[in-house]
Design a protein around this ligand. Structure first.
Ligand code: CAA
Length: 258
């Protein structure tokens, strides 16, 4: 039987997805990206899930798009199959927080997949690069757009034009990742963060994610207006009243995710 390209597990309110093509360093082919998209949408629709965790192996989060598959494609092949748009952009539809736990290589499309997540937790072994220039290609899964927004033009141009590889420490310094932990601690640390987030009120998490993403896609005044409307909407939420009353009553809140 063919090996599953991803594995999924549920830990409490966390939906976990493990990329699972270890012999190819989790190179991202259509089958894997379709399966990843389906798993993401399933977890997003599951009311018992509050956050999603994506991880790879100890050696590679993912080494990019599958070069062996792409090598003989023509323009018409990629245009007609909707390469990138078809299954690489599913993650943008996910409204719940998505956390990437990255050990080893996060290269090309693997780095771009991590960049599309909301939080990146890196092991000390993590290495980030957009080396498509070495193939006379370009980062085509959002890398030329998300990387400059994440780390600024100077560092992004350097990575895209020279294929410079960043260590976890450099990625942390430049603001590409959220946290760095020792390799042995990555699975537990990532699950702990995901569990903490998933325990908060889901509609509040979704509103925050939407508002923070607006910062990239609107003017400051538009973004502030959007944020204010989201704040006002919180007062229609049972969880917000529960959260504030629990604080005043000096007890733990019990969220209904409404
Ligand atoms: N596609 C297909 N196969 C890949 C792959 C990829 N992106 N990356 C690694 N592999 C395969 C290798 O071909 C090799 O297979 P075999 O054992 O059958 O030869 C196996 O994974 C192990 O790889 P290496 O022997 O190369 O391992 P290494 O430890 O020596 O090097 C590496 C690791 C530096 C990550 C190296 O594999 C590498 O440079 N990979 C390619 C990275 C890359 O260029 N990514 C960008 C792809 S293009 C893209 O992603 C476009 C986009 O924007 C969507």
């Amino acid at each position: 039987m063919a090996r599953a390209t991803i594995l999924t597990e549920i830990h409490g309110r966390v939906g976990m997805i493990r990329l699972n093509r270890p012999a190819q360093l989790n190179a991202l082919n259509d089958e894997l990206m379709d399966a990843l998209g389906t798993a993401l949408l399933d977890f997003d629709a599951n009311t018992e899930i509050g956050a999603i965790l994506i991880t790879g192996s100890d050696k590679a989060f993912a080494a990019g798009a599958d070069i062996a598959v792409m090598a003989n494609w023509s323009y018409m092949d990629v245009y007609q199959r909707g390469f990138i748009t078809r299954n690489w952009e599913t993650i943008r539809q996910v409204r719940k927080p998505v956390i990437a736990a990255v050990a080893g290589y996060a290269m090309g499309g693997g780095c771009e997949l991590a960049l599309a997540c909301d939080i990146i937790i890196a092991a000390e072994s993590a290495q980030f690069a957009l080396p498509e220039i070495k193939l006379a290609m370009l980062p085509g899964a959002g890398g030329t757009q998300r990387l400059p927004r994440a780390i600024g033009k100077a560092k992004a141009m350097d990575m895209c034009l020279s294929a410079r590889m960043l260590s976890a420490q450099e990625a942390d310094r430049y603001g590409l990742v959220s946290r760095v932990v020792p390799d042995a601690e990555l699975p537990a640390a990532a699950l702990k963060v995901a569990t903490q987030i998933a325990g908060y009120s889901l509609p509040a998490l979704m509103a925050i994610k939407e508002a923070v993403n607006r910062a990239h896609e609107s003017s400051l005044s538009e973004g502030i207006l959007f944020e204010r409307r989201e704040l006002h909407a919180r007062f229609a939420s049972e969880d917000a009243h529960e959260g504030m009353h629990a604080f005043l009553d000096k007890r733990k809140p019990v969220f209904q995710h409404r």
